[in-house]
Design a binder for this molecule. Structure first.
Ligand SMILES: [Zn+2]
Length: 243
């Protein structure tokens, strides 16, 4: 393997790279597969043969070219990945090639509580979401509850004014027992449920109005981080509300 830049190893095996190249373009020639991945044509041939005999690819001759059908219903071969189908991975990797985002671009605005106990989890959340160093994080006590207060709209407008263009996500990160400084202390599960419904009723429409984006509600609870984009978009009961 000879990547143009970056490390000398890849996240996916070369077989995986061949498979997803063919998922993108089913009539790709062996020499093009080889050139794209950086292997010999003979190696590409062997891998295609392995994938065909393993049931991951079906090969048919169409005129002078081979045409390949990727079997999305097959499960990933590695024991640790067997619960995932090829289709799940192909949905992400085989879709149209996107221009890589520049490392400096700001992809998200994050409203999070400044409570020191959640900063480690907040960092972990941002890292997993690919937003570390690529998000504008607004921290203050009780955030994002302050967005629910009378000054909430003013805060949102002020943050929007200093947010670079190209932001695609707005994350609201709260935690169990989190409250704005002026609010009375409340503890326990009902508070989390109350929090979610307040996000929906007041904070979500405000964020939508100011940023033109559907906010994602994330909750940090002890060791766990829950929530996400899907819950915010579906309008259904977020995963965070489940006991
Ligand atoms: Zn808090």
């Amino acid at each position: 393997l000879k990547p143009v830049e970056g490390p000398s190893w890849t996240i996916f095996s070369t077989h995986g790279l061949v498979l997803f190249q063919l998922a993108r373009q089913p009539d790709l020639r062996l020499r093009d597969i080889a050139a794209t991945i950086g292997i010999t044509e003979r190696a590409a041939q062997n891998m295609v043969n392995d994938l065909v005999s393993g049931g991951y690819l079906e090969r048919t001759r169409v005129g002078r070219r081979n045409r390949y059908l990727v079997r999305g219903d097959r499960f990933l071969p590695h024991p640790s990945m067997r619960s995932h189908s090829v289709a799940e991975v192909a949905a992400v990797l085989a879709s149209t090639v996107r221009a890589p985002e520049s490392a400096e671009s700001c992809l998200a605005v994050v409203f999070a509580c400044s409570d020191h106990r959640i900063q480690g989890q907040l960092r972990q959340l941002l890292a997993v979401q690919g937003l570390l160093d690529r998000s504008e994080t607004v921290l203050w006590p009780g955030a994002p509850w302050a967005l629910d207060s009378p000054s909430g709209e003013r805060i949102l407008r002020a943050v929007k004014a200093v947010t670079p263009p190209g932001v695609q996500r707005v994350l609201l990160v709260a935690h169990r027992g989190c409250r704005a400084p002026e609010a009375p202390p409340r503890e326990g599960w009902p508070v989390l449920r109350q929090a979610i419904s307040r996000f929906r009723r007041t904070i979500t429409p405000r964020v939508r109005y100011t940023f033109g984006l559907e906010p994602e509600a994330w909750f940090v609870d002890g060791e766990r981080v829950r929530g996400g984009a899907r819950a915010a978009r579906s309008g259904g009961e977020p995963a965070a509300a489940a006991p």
